[in-house]
Design a protein around this ligand. Structure first.
Ligand code: SF4
Length: 429
């Protein structure tokens, strides 16, 4: 192998490592991101952000709620969030963290009420509810369950990893509209920070990779499921009246009235709060109007016509208030999981990791998948964990070296259990 190549493959494998759906999805999305984050194990140095903390606490609170009912004990949302705080190294409780806990608890309550969580029975696995249980299935288990063809010829993957793993949020017996009785459902909770809950609503005709992966993982673990449901809940901040009334509020339009664009607001607002903001801002405009000097006729000395105060038409405002009154804060998206489709989807997911491992073994950096639309991971802040290193290496042709330099400078850290799979020797040294 030429010495100038960035990667020097070794025969090292870590056969205790299991591949997750999250790793597969990264591999499908961008080879370089997979290489940086999963193969080399780099993570940015910055701490978890607010949406991640709210999401983690929300999941812990919901998990505790299901387990508490099953074991006939009281729920402990603060205790559950506190365990998460300690586990993830967020430090002591601060006013900001307490506010985030309040968002997580509020969203969890909203979600539980929307799907009637407290009346649903969990799927029982090994004598306990299937709630945030880490499942691991070896390649041999997968083949024994009839999924051997999924990994046919994926030699690099099956050498570098021991099997597949995942931690579904929860398994529930849920009412279903099209089959009699209860559907065995794998439920995934998504805590959203924006009013747009991901366009959820209609049942999707496009298979969901996460759902497909869990269906195969659960089936190979002896748990057959009928469907996968994604339950999206708004867990972001709620605007208050002061947000609209302060000087230079970003939520007030150039004409002095409150914005009606939920995307621009970027947070939810209760109908009553927005109605009050409308009323007070209209009054503010009226007072400003009365205080400005009137133009008078030079002939008569009387005020010129057309300067009278005219209140703004409130038809749109009333429509928007009604819209806010019925705006959903929970959206459920169902995915029917046809087993033959799931096999194909999971085969593609695992194949992506195998292909990148093959590139690494040849001493080639897995390829970038640059995306330049405004919300893409390459563009959005925190959109890709190795975004800065990727950009800095453009033109040098040596992404691995740039990542290593950034790690030396403290901008990236390596996971304690990295690297996985075939390891670039220079990084290990
Ligand atoms: S910034 Fe974009 S191209 Fe670069 S590694 Fe991340 S996702 Fe891939």
């Amino acid at each position: 192998m030429p010495t100038h190549l960035p990667i020097a493959p070794t025969a090292s494998v870590n056969s205790t490592r299991f591949v997750s759906q999250s790793e597969c999805n990264t591999a499908l999305a961008c080879g370089l991101q997979w290489f940086g984050t999963w193969n080399l194990g780099y993570r940015p140095q910055y701490p978890e952000n607010m949406p991640q903390r709210v999401g983690s606490m929300g999941h812990a609170i919901l998990n505790d709620r299901v387990l508490a009912r099953y074991y006939s004990r009281d729920t402990g949302p603060i205790a559950a969030a506190s365990i998460e705080r300690t586990k993830r190294g967020w430090g002591e409780w601060t006013p900001e963290l307490e506010d985030e806990f309040a968002l997580a608890e509020g969203a969890s309550n909203t979600l539980a009420e929307a799907i009637d969580l407290d009346s649903l029975k969990p799927i029982i696995h090994n004598g306990a509810p299937l709630a945030e249980v880490r499942l691991q299935v070896t390649w041999a288990n997968l083949a024994a369950a009839g999924f051997g063809k999924i990994i046919d010829d994926l030699h690099r993957l099956t050498t570098a990893y021991a099997g597949i793993e995942g931690q579904p949020d929860i398994g529930l017996l849920m009412p279903h509209g099209t089959i009699l009785g209860l559907a065995r459902t794998c439920v995934d909770f998504k805590m959203r920070q924006r009013p747009d809950l991901g366009g959820a609503g209609e049942d999707s005709a496009i298979p969901d990779p996460q759902g497909a992966f869990y269906k195969i993982l659960l089936a190979a673990s002896g748990i057959a499921i009928d469907e996968f449901r994604q339950v999206n809940v708004y867990a972001g901040p709620w605007l208050c009246l002061d947000d609209f009334m302060r000087d230079d509020s970003p939520y007030v339009r150039a004409d002095g009235l409150p914005s009606r664009d939920l995307n621009k607001l970027g947070a939810m607002v209760k109908a009553g709060v927005w109605a009050d903001a409308w009323r007070l801002l209209v009054e503010r405009k009226r007072v400003a109007h009365t205080q400005r000097p009137m133009k008078v006729s030079q002939k008569t000395g009387q005020p010129l016509k057309g300067q009278e105060w005219t209140p703004p038409d409130d038809w749109d405002a009333r429509q928007f208030i009604r819209h806010l009154e019925t705006y959903p804060t929970v959206a459920v998206r169902s995915f029917a999981l046809d087993m033959s489709v799931c096999r194909d989807v999971v085969r593609d997911m695992l194949g992506a990791v195998d292909a990148h491992l093959a590139a690494v073994a040849k001493g080639v950096t897995p390829s970038r998948h640059l995306r330049n639309f405004p919300t893409s991971p390459c563009v959005k802040r925190f959109g890709c964990p190795v975004q800065d290193a990727c950009r800095a290496s453009l033109g040098t042709g040596n992404a691995e070296r740039v990542m290593r330099e950034q790690a030396d400078a403290g901008a990236l850290v390596r996971r304690a259990d990295a690297p996985v799979g075939l390891i670039p020797a220079r990084v290990v040294a």
